[in-house]
Structures are given as structure tokens and as C-alpha cells.
Design a protein around this ligand. Structure first.
Ligand SMILES: NC(=O)c1ccc[n+]([C@@H]2O[C@H](COP(=O)([O-])OP(=O)(O)OC[C@H]3O[C@@H](n4cnc5c(N)ncnc54)[C@H](OP(=O)(O)O)[C@@H]3O)[C@@H](O)[C@H]2O)c1
Length: 248
């Protein structure tokens, strides 16, 4: 039986991934977290604390942690430093990071490079934006008089679909970069905002906005989109139905 360490196992995609791994029979699972919890091993990837201990006897690492800010490179460096014995490192990244000049995306690209240049056999999956992220962005605007929605299209994916794909990849051999994963639909953000507004019974108007700059231009050109033909089926409407009881 493989011993698996999941970094970011308490996060949006980490939680369903831990569930999917358990459902697939991986009982020897550790979750690296800064917080106490069932199945957790305490550690801090940014500070470089507790990582060596967490990796003792581990053969597979699912690296799903993120600082959401500018510490992802340091987090990965600290992980790799102690992971030389690991037989399979599975890493999640984001579609389009090599073409969208957003600082966080540049860091994700640097993380990919660190992993590829390490001696650890790896599998790298790039995914599009999660449904949970769209929900978070809309929810974060609750104190504004309107819902601001950039006039771009995205191809949001369900965290459960990503979790299932990661679990499949953990069962296979290290495969380098594999085919990107996206959701089943490409949707304009203002359309998603209107669906979210309806699902949450918000009365605020949706205001499509055009933002200046190279990053927004890259999004407008569709660099965050993936192949329209995907193995995924869960839609954003399904997400809203599940979380807000909205009609799909
Ligand atoms: N969100 C998206 O739309 C999206 C799309 C494609 C790819 N991705 C990628 O998917 C990955 C997961 O994203 P997510 O949205 O699921 O993340 P998230 O919900 O923000 O969760 C972040 C996770 O990272 C862990 N973490 C943060 N700082 C840490 C530290 N210093 N030491 C140890 N653990 C730390 C947190 O664990 P504790 O708080 O328990 O310590 C938490 O489990 C990231 O690599 C992200 O770039 C995200």
C-alpha cells in the first residue's frame, strides 16, 4: 500500500481529492496542514517546518497547496528539498499560465519548472478555474452595489472532476505533463454572474466590465480556456443547484 501525502488537502480541490483517494482505497493518507485535524500532519510549507517529518515513508505526494499569493515557489522549493525519495509527485497547475502575464500565474509557471527540473518522477495536471473560485469572487463582492463581471469567457471546472482525475493519475505511473482539464462549457463571466445572482436571490445588477492591461487582454484572447471537448460533465449550473438549491 502506498503512503500518500496530500499538501493542500484542506483546500477547495484538496478536500474532494482526499475523499476520492479514500474512496479509491488509499487508506494510508496524510494531509499536510498548518492546522490540527483528523489525518493531519502539522507543517508549514512557506516556513519550511514539519515537512521532512511529514514526508517520512511517503511514496506519493499530491501537491495541491497554494499560498494564493506570492509564496508558491518557496512552498514548492521547501517541499522538493525533502522529497528526493518520493516515487511520484503529482502537481496541479493552471491552464494558460505561460500566456497570461499575471504575477500569480508567473509563480505557477516557476513551480512547474522547479518540478520538471527536479529528480523526482512527476505528473503535472493543469486545470481551468474551479466553480468554487467563481463563487468566491462573486461572494467577495457582497458589499458592492453591483456585481462586477469582466467581459471574458472561462471554462470553469468542478473540483470533484479535478479530484477524480488526480486520483486516476495517482494510480498510474509518473507521466510528466498530461492533457489539461477543463469544464464542459465555455461561459462568459457576466452570464455566470447572472446565474449566480439568480441562485443567491441577489437583487444587485450585473455590470460587465472591460479591464485594461496585458493580463486582461490575454484572458480576452481566450488563453485561460481549454480544449472544448472534455471528459468532464459537471456544469456551473450543477454547482449552483448543489450549493444554493438553484434549478439547474
Ligand atoms: N482555484 C482555482 O480556480 C484553481 C484552478 C486551477 C488550479 N488551481 C491550483 O490548485 C491548487 C489548489 O487551489 P485551491 O483553490 O484548492 O486552494 P485553497 O482552497 O486556497 O487551499 C489552499 C491550501 O493550501 C494549504 N496551504 C497554504 N499555505 C500553506 C502553508 N504555508 N503550509 C502548508 N499548507 C499550506 C492550505 O492548508 P491549511 O490552511 O490547512 O494549512 C489549503 O489546504 C493551487 O495550486 C492552485 O493554483 C486552482
Amino acid at each position: 500500500m502506498k503512503t500518500i501525502l496530500v499538501t493542500g488537502g484542506t483546500g477547495s480541490v484538496g478536500r474532494p481529492t482526499v475523499q476520492a483517494l479514500r474512496a479509491a482505497g488509499h487508506t494510508d493518507l496524510r494531509i499536510l496542514s498548518r492546522r490540527p485535524g483528523v489525518g493531519h500532519v502539522r507543517g508549514d510549507l512557506t516556513a519550511g517546518e514539519g515537512i521532512a517529518e511529514a514526508l517520512e515513508g511517503v511514496s506519493t505526494v499530491m501537491h495541491l497547496a497554494t499560498s494564493r499569493r506570492r509564496a508558491d515557489v518557496r512552498q514548492t522549493e521547501n517541499l522538493l528539498k525533502h522529497a528526493e525519495h518520493v516515487e511520484h509527485l503529482i502537481v496541479i497547475s493552471i491552464v494558460g499560465i505561460d500566456r497570461i502575464p499575471w504575477p500569480y500565474y508567473r509563480d505557477k509557471l516557476a513551480v512547474e519548472q522547479l518540478v520538471a527540473e527536479s529528480s523526482i518522477p512527476f505528473t503535472l495536471l493543469r486545470a481551468t478555474q474551479f466553480h468554487t473560485l467563481i463563487d468566491e469572487v462573486m461572494t467577495a463582492q457582497r458589499f458592492l452595489p453591483a456585481l462586477l463581471a469582466p467581459s471574458i469567457a472561462l471554462q470553469p471546472v468542478a473540483v470533484e472532476d479535478v479530484a477524480e482525475r488526480l486520483t486516476e493519475l495517482a494510480a498510474g505511473p509518473p507521466s510528466g505533463r498530461v492533457k489539461d482539464l477543463g469544464g464542459p462549457e465555455q461561459l462568459a463571466v457576466p452570464a455566470m454572474a447572472r446565474a449566480w445572482k439568480q441562485a443567491t436571490h441577489s437583487r444587485r445588477p450585473v455590470v460587465p466590465i472591460r479591464l485594461p492591461g496585458k493580463t486582461m487582454r490575454a484572458f480576452t484572447e481566450g488563453f485561460a480556456l481549454s480544449d472544448p471537448i472534455q471528459p468532464t460533465t459537471r456544469t456551473f449550473a450543477d454547482y449552483l443547484a448543489q450549493h444554493y438549491g438553484a434549478q439547474a
